[in-house]
Design a binder for this molecule. Structure first.
Ligand code: FES
Length: 109
């Protein structure tokens, strides 16, 4: 694989008053930028490593902000840099998903 892992951060921003929330309202663009810089700082960025990408709406808006880690297929929500650091350290580096931040695998009715 060209990248070992992709971290897809939804950075969708809906208009004020929209029916559904959007991840950008929770600071996802800034937090994605923090994660990108942190991966670089840790020497994990670049080909063969880990990439933090922006993504459009992943359609789990009510559970956001949403971050999906592939190829693992693990979906997270997060609040701040501390949550992202935990995901980087435990999952990206350690290979162990962070259960407390994971979204359910099954669609929520
Ligand atoms: S706005 Fe982020 S998942 Fe829809």
């Amino acid at each position: 694989m060209y990248y070992r892992k992709h971290l897809f951060f939804c950075t969708n921003q809906r208009a004020e008053g929209a029916e559904r929330p959007s991840c950008a309202q929770c600071g996802s663009p800034e937090l994605r930028g923090w994660a990108k810089a942190r991966l670089k700082e840790l020497g994990l960025a670049g080909p063969g490593g880990v990439r933090a990408n922006t993504a459009g709406c992943l359609d789990r808006c009510e559970l956001g902000p949403v971050l999906a880690v592939y190829p693992d297929g693990v979906w997270y929500t997060y609040i701040d840099e501390d949550d992202l650091e935990e995901i980087i350290q435990r999952h990206v580096i350690g290979g162990e998903p962070v259960a407390r931040l994971m979204l359910p695998d099954e669609p929520v009715a």
